[in-house]
Write a protein that binds this ligand. Structure first.
Ligand SMILES: C[S@@+](CC[C@H](N)C(=O)[O-])C[C@H]1O[C@@H](n2cnc3c(N)ncnc32)[C@H](O)[C@@H]1O
Length: 271
């Protein structure tokens, strides 16, 4: 979509690529600017299978949400939800049970503006512009408390999200806060860029993205990522690469084996 359309919030800096918009472009979406497309194209020249990496992350999202609905979860909190694309959380969950409620949270104004458009008329969903690093602004927000019942299990999703949180912001301390706010029987799903995948083109792409001056990616090791789940119990097959987490068809795996291990994924239950 051409820049200058009415979905662009005034506060947006269109001169710096944003993680939400580059990801939207890579997934084939239309809510991105020239600077995001240039970054996406630059990454794709060096990493021809980048689109499949984004797609298999979305495929994991669908599997994790279906799994949680199967376990009885009927409400979801998706933080760092991004610009709505295909198979959003509410679409996957409400296909199984139309009563499922989904609260989307993102700090990116384009993601929030476009979510508002997509969600208009769906009373079981809402979107909040907030930053994960300020848990109170999310957990105690009126919108979140109106939509979600913190006495019933909640599915918390942090997909391709925590690797944007710098170590100085103590993402482990933040996650403890979120885990403690959830009732027993809740689930937590995480996907996170790995630092041990051995795919040099992926490491180079993250360096390129970071040098552009926008959101900064932090790749992390398996143990560091496992620590985000705290005392929650990982369901089978545990913390594995995102293509290894209960794949159910060819769309869950990249044609390039080098992409299948670039991120870890897990789903865990609060005892
Ligand atoms: C790569 S997208 C992932 C979208 C979606 N979760 C998925 O997995 O398909 C990352 C999203 O996280 C958002 N984000 C990054 N840091 C954030 C923060 N501190 N608080 C809230 N959202 C954040 C970005 O704006 C972006 O929309």
């Amino acid at each position: 979509m051409a820049d200058g359309q009415n979905w662009i919030p005034q506060s947006v800096d269109v001169s710096v690529p944003s993680s939400a918009r580059v990801y939207d472009y890579v997934l084939g979406g239309a809510h991105n600017f020239a600077v995001d497309r240039q970054m996406g194209d630059k990454i794709e020249r060096n990493l021809p299978h980048v689109r499949s990496g984004a797609r298999i992350n979305r495929a994991f999202l669908a599997r994790a949400v279906r799994f949680m609905v199967d376990q009885g979860v009927r409400q979801f909190l998706d933080i760092g939800s991004g610009i709505p694309t295909v198979a959003n959380v509410h679409e996957v969950a409400q296909e199984l049970d139309p009563e499922c409620r989904v609260m989307y949270v993102d700090r990116d104004p384009v993601a929030v503006a476009h979510s508002e458009l997509i969600l208009a008329g769906n009373s079981h969903t809402a979107v909040l512009q907030a930053d994960l690093r300020d848990p109170d602004s999310i957990l105690n927000s009126g919108e979140v408390r109106r939509l979600l019942d913190f006495d019933e299990p909640i599915g918390l999703l942090l997909l391709f999200m925590l690797h944007w949180v710098p170590t100085e912001a103590d993402p482990w301390g933040l996650m403890k806060h979120y885990r403690e706010a959830l009732p027993s029987g809740s689930y937590l799903a995480i996907t996170h860029m790995a630092d041990d995948h051995g795919n040099e083109a992926v490491h180079a792409a993250t360096v390129m993205m970071n040098q552009a001056g926008g959101d900064q990616v932090v790749e992390r090791g398996r143990d560091e990522i496992a620590a985000f789940f705290g005392d929650f119990e990982l369901v089978e097959p545990g913390l594995v690469t995102f293509a290894e987490w209960r794949p159910s068809g060819p769309g869950d795996i990249s044609a390039d084996p080098g992409m299948n291990g670039i991120a870890y994924a897990g789903v865990a239950r609060k005892p």
